[in-house]
Design a protein around this ligand. Structure first.
Ligand code: RP5
Length: 157
């Protein structure tokens, strides 16, 4: 998979988000969707986020998944800089249990949507990314049909 140009970019706000966000990578592997994962923070490294988001489309990415916790602005910052669909994962951390990140991610102003999944919902973020790609990719769509059937048969993620 490493040789293929990535179709999905996974951005992770901090090393502390990795255990959750690596689950998204595992799901994309399952669907054989080439992807990349990078760590960058909207607050600590905004210039890198800016560069990544602005260049994502010309690099061939189709979807960007962003996972961050606390005052989570990563997904919103990316969505502000690209026409690609952005899926946001609010990462749950101590204190407010991820409610802060959920609200920060889901409550985007009109015009700049972030498709927000549940707290620590990296698995669903990756499935949603696969479904977005599956709209125009028959192989991925066929895999999604198999996956849906396996859910009905009790498949455990
Ligand atoms: C956010 O702050 C990160 O996405 C992370 O979830 C949270 C805490 O980051 P660390 O202080 O653990 O690096 O920016």
């Amino acid at each position: 998979m490493a040789e293929e140009a990535p179709l999905v970019g996974i951005l992770v706000g901090s090393p502390s988000d990795l255990p959750v966000m690596q689950q998204a990578g595992a799901i994309l592997e399952r669907f054989q969707i080439p992807h990349e994962i990078h760590m960058m923070s909207a607050h600590r490294d905004p210039d890198s986020v800016d560069e990544y988001a602005r260049s994502a489309e010309e690099r061939g990415l189709l979807v960007i998944i962003c996972g961050a916790g606390r005052a989570a602005h990563l997904a919103g910052a990316v969505a502000a800089r690209t026409a690609l669909p952005v899926v946001g994962v609010p990462v749950g951390v101590a204190h407010l249990g991820g409610a802060d990140a959920l609200y920060s991610t889901v409550q985007m102003p009109r015009g700049v949507p972030v498709a927000t999944v549940g707290i620590d919902g990296a698995v669903n973020a990756a499935i949603l990314a696969a479904q977005i790609i599956g709209v125009s990719d028959e192989r991925v769509r066929a895999s999604l049909h198999e996956f849906k059937s396996s859910l009905a048969e009790g498949f455990k993620l």
